[in-house]
Design a protein around this ligand. Structure first.
Ligand code: HAM
Length: 424
């Protein structure tokens, strides 16, 4: 086959059935879970003023290297816009703009864009689902948020997911720790990888996130955040841990979990799929960001949330052989060799009853239509020839099993099929 002239841009892909069926299954599960937990959906723009995303942190790779940005066409006053790399900053912008009643509990789903080096599980356009709670410092909100993400992975059938949690403390404890970490890393500078040396200059905390072999021993021996937590932050963290234990969500403390975004305070967490390559094994993550709304021009407001990567979740499901129950396809195929008028009427009728049905076009031969019926995966074919048309009947053929055929009156076809399909 010769290559067509246009291909999907690097780092993006067309997602086709049956993968789209699996994605629909995941999204439906997520939506049901969040609607059952008092969260309202938010749909925000796919692009925003670039300033919204710059608040994620000037030293993060997302802001410095990975933004898809552009100017709009306003000749006098062009606005500098960017495709969203994530949704938390947009949600905080929306909060500052609309000032809803707190606690504001929202959920979302949609594509995000990051100009990353593409590889399996790392794309330039990827799908996230997520939830955020704004306006409460209560550790119960942290527990609720973590538990929702955990339930999602459990409900869809993933069994090996690991939950890592940490606390970065409040700004004061984080700064204290940062100073201590700089002192320590300074003594180990000559052993750090080249990449981590650069990270060290920009954002020392992020060195702890390095996956490079040569950095591992240095990271292992680094001072621990926990000993720098203020009393309030330590208390908050123990409440979160206790809450998770109370509801039976298993977790591991990961003292060096820092995450790739700068806005986090206190609780941070990540969901890892051990079935995926370490570089892309985070299938979700989140944390508290108590200062973000304020940096976007809103009132001081606490926030906590998570985002889960749907593309990676699918890879994890495939690696664990998880069966994603995604009913798709059709139940009935209408074969009409008497001109096509009946196929038109019957499919209309069946679809109104929400019986999933299809037909052929182009007045094709009986053989070609039967072949299409088989290929469609339908369990039944309704066959209409001139004979049936005259007698106001249709032939119902079982396409699975022995191919049993029965004649049924034309006007009862809808109800008949409803009963048959219900019994199956
Ligand atoms: P994040 O860790 O940057 O957090 O992304 C969340 C998840 O999105 C990751 O764990 C991963 O599964 C998926 N993901 C990220 N980048 C890619 C990519 N290039 N290709 C495929 N999947 C990807 C956030 O986005 C925060 N907004 C989470 C949050 C919500 N924090 C507080 N509230």
């Amino acid at each position: 086959m010769s290559k067509s002239r246009f291909q999907t841009p690097r780092g993006t892909r067309d997602i086709l059935a049956p993968e789209t069926d699996h994605i629909r299954f995941l999204l439906r599960n997520f939506e049901d879970l969040l609607l059952a937990s008092g969260y309202g959906q938010i749909i925000s723009p796919i692009f925003e003023d670039i300033g919204v995303f710059q608040r994620i942190g000037e030293s993060t790779e997302i802001v410095t290297k990975e933004m898809f940005d552009f100017f709009d066409k306003d000749a006098k006053n062009p606005q500098h816009l960017a495709l969203r790399p994530e949704l938390t900053a947009s949600i905080c912008r929306a909060f500052a703009q609309h000032r809803p009643i707190t606690p504001w509990k929202v959920w979302y789903m949609g594509p995000q864009f990051r100009y990353e080096k593409p590889q399996a599980g790392r794309y330039r356009q990827f799908l996230q689902v997520g939830a955020e709670v704004l306006g409460t410092p209560d550790s119960a909100a942290d527990v609720e948020i973590i538990s929702l993400a955990w339930s999602f992975f459990k409900d869809i059938g993933l069994k090996k997911t690991k939950l890592l949690v940490n606390s970065l403390g409040d700004t004061k404890s984080r700064n204290l720790y940062n100073d201590e970490l700089i002192k320590y890393l300074d003594t180990r500078k000559e052993d750090l990888s080249k990449q981590s040396l650069i990270t060290f200059d920009k954002n020392p905390l992020r060195v702890l996130d390095s996956k490079r072999d040569e950095d591992q021993e240095i990271i292992e021996e680094a001072p621990l955040m926990e000993s720098f937590l203020s009393e309030e932050s330590a208390q908050h963290f123990s409440e979160v841990k206790e809450g998770l234990q109370t509801i039976g969500v298993p977790f591991e403390i990961s003292p060096r979990l820092v995450r790739g975004l700068d806005y986090y305070t206190r609780t941070t967490f990540e969901f890892i799929s051990p079935s995926l390559d370490t570089a892309q094994n985070a299938i979700g993550g989140g944390g508290r960001y108590d200062g973000l709304v304020e940096t976007l021009g809103g009132p001081p407001t606490e926030g906590i949330g998570f985002a889960l990567g749907i593309d990676r979740t699918l890879l994890a499901c495939a690696a664990e052989d998880t069966i994603l129950d995604s009913a798709s396809g059709i139940d009935v195929f209408v074969v009409d060799t008497a001109g096509g008028q009946e196929a038109l009427l019957i499919t209309e009728e069946l679809r109104k009853l929400r019986i999933r049905s299809d037909r052929s076009f182009d007045n094709r031969s009986m053989k070609a239509q039967m072949k299409a019926a088989d290929r469609s995966g339908a369990a039944y074919a309704i066959i209409i020839g001139t004979d049936e048309l005259e007698k106001k009947q249709v032939t119902l053929r079982d396409l699975r099993g022995e191919g049993k055929q029965t004649l049924i009156p034309r006007e009862t076809i809808g109800n008949n099929l409803l009963t048959i399909l219900k019994e199956k």
